[in-house]
Design a protein around this ligand. Sequence first.
Ligand SMILES: [Zn+2]
Length: 173
Amino acid sequence: MKYMITKEECQKAISGVCSRCGGELHPIETVDNADNPTFWCGCESCCHFDNGVSPLVFRIAEALTESGNYPYHHNLPQRTDDEELKKYRISSQNSGNCSIVLQVLNLLEKMKDWPKEKEMENSVLTEIKEFAIKRLQAEYGFCGVVEGPEMVLINSDDGEGKDIKIHIKLESE
Ligand SMILES: [Zn+2]
């Protein structure tokens, strides 16, 4: 029999673990959409075809799922009492989170070529900026900063429903 993808080719293409359960991937004999016999990589423990992700990517994705990040809103695990279905939904969220982790890693790689953000040029305003950031982070644990050569926008919130915004500008008279 002639296979579209042979077992050996399939075996070679496997890299990493199942993006749904972290399980081992194997070549599985099947037919493609045109009904031709072929081998595809898949996971036997969750019965899914999968090309695999690195174990580290899976661990991060699984941690995201465990902390309640569910990219598929129609498939929330907490909306069922059926343990099997819950397991299935969690593995589907894992796989969604794997795509997010991969996108972030790609972006990180691309960011190496991004131009460096320009910092504010005035040294007194820079000191004020640094103080404001440090103080807000110490008090509220979070502080966002948007910066250009002549302005800085700092924002945080007081944890009680109020936004804190500090706009430092260097303007022509
Ligand atoms: Zn699996």
